[in-house]
Design a protein around this ligand. Sequence first.
Ligand SMILES: C[S@@+](CC[C@H](N)C(=O)[O-])C[C@H]1O[C@@H](n2cnc3c(N)ncnc32)[C@H](O)[C@@H]1O
Length: 326
Amino acid sequence: MLLSTRRTAVMRAGVELRVFDGLADGPAGADELAKRLGVHPRGMRVLLAALAAIGLLDVEDDAYRLAPGAEEVLVTSSPAYFGSAMRLASSDYEWQALGRLADAVRSGGTVLDENAETPEYSYWEDFAAYPTGNTSRVAAKLADLLADWATERPCLDVLDTACGHGYYGYTLAQRFPQAKVWDIDWANVLDVSVRHAERMGVRDRVELITGDMFSVPMGGPYDVTMITNVLHHFSEERATEMLTKLAQATKPDGKVAVVAITTDDRPPAEDPVPHLFSVLMLAWTHEGESHSMDAYRRMFAAAGLTPPRFHSLPGVPLRILLAERA
Ligand SMILES: C[S@@+](CC[C@H](N)C(=O)[O-])C[C@H]1O[C@@H](n2cnc3c(N)ncnc32)[C@H](O)[C@@H]1O
C-alpha cells in the first residue's frame, strides 16, 4: 500500500508516453525506443525497467517487449484499450481530492473549492471524452434488459440525465430505430457528448438540454428516464429529489433506469470497490457515497416508483436498477 502510488505513476507515465504503442510492433531496447518516442534515453531506461518491475513489460537481453495481456489493454489501437481510464482514475483531479482525504474526514465532506459538484467542472469533460470498456458493456446490457419491452413501442423517447459521454442513451438509439434521446448536462460536457453521438451515427436523434439537472425544465413525459453513475454524488435526500423529478417526467407506462455503485450485505473486505469509491465521494463531494441497495429501495419508494430490480454484469462493480411508476 505504501508503494502503490509509485506503481500507478509508472503505469501512467507508460501510457502517457505511449510506450506500449512503441512496442506493439516488436521488442526494442531503451535507446531505440527513446528515439522513437522522442524522450531522454536515461528517462526511458529507468521507466522501462520499472514497467518490467511491475509486470507490464518483459525484458530479455536488454530488449523490452509487451507482457502477456498488455497488448490487449494498453495498446491504443486495441478495442479493449483501458489506458484512457487512467486519465480519470489516476488523474491529478482525483489525486488532489484524495490528498485532502483526512481533511474531508474531519469536516464530513469535500474541503475543495472546486470539486465534483462545481458547475462545468473540467474533469467531467475528460470523463465524457474517455469512457471505459465497462461503459459500453453496461450500456449494452441496459439495452438488452429493455429490448422486449422497447421493441414493441412505436415511440421511445429517452431522457439521459447528467449524460456525460452519452453512451447509455446513444446505445439505446443505435439499438431501437424509433428512439430519440434528450441529454441533460453542463454545456462544456455536452460539447463532448455530441461528438460521440456523431461518431455513433445517432446525432440526428439527439436533443440537448443544457444546465443544472436539479432546476432545468426536463420536458417529457418520456418512455425511459435514466440517471447513470450520478446519484452516488449526492445524499440520499438529494438523490430522492432527483429520482422524484425523473418519476414525474416518465410516462405512466414508462421505465426509470439508474446505474450506480452500491454496497450490499457483504463486509467491506469482501467487496472493497464501493467502499473505496465512497472515499472518493467523501473527498470530492459534499454528501455523496456509495448508497446501499436498501437505500435505493427507500429512494425509489419515496420517489413514487416500484421497488427496483437489480441487475449486474460479471466483473463490473456497477448495478443497473430498473423500475416503473408505482
Ligand atoms: C460520473 S459522470 C456520469 C456520466 C454518465 N451518466 C455515466 O454514466 O458515465 C457525472 C456527470 O454528471 C454531470 N453533472 C453533475 N452534476 C450536474 C448537475 N447539477 N446538472 C447537470 N449535470 C450534472 C457531470 O457534468 C458529469 O457529466
